[in-house]
Design a protein. Sequence first.
Length: 105
Amino acid sequence: MYAIIEDSGTQIRVETGSVVDIDVRELPDEATPITFDKVLLIGSGDGDTKIGTPYLSGASVEAEVLGEVQGEKLTIMKFRRRKGYRRKTGHRQVYLRVRIGAING
């Protein structure tokens, strides 16, 4: 069984037991499970698919927080030809790694 959820403006395809990286957010100290309520689609391998308009009512996805991780390094280059102007900077985005537990709906 799989689901497509929306989180922070991005759509993510998740399955039970899969590990995904989502945008980091403030969480209380004791809150390890996260519930995603914006479920766009729930499907299974036998062709039984539920599609929301835009969201499925009563559907949710439970996830367990594993911790914060950093994404891959991005290199930003600024360059102007024939002027001797070059600037190189980098960036690493912080993500929240979660394991998908149950798909309800």
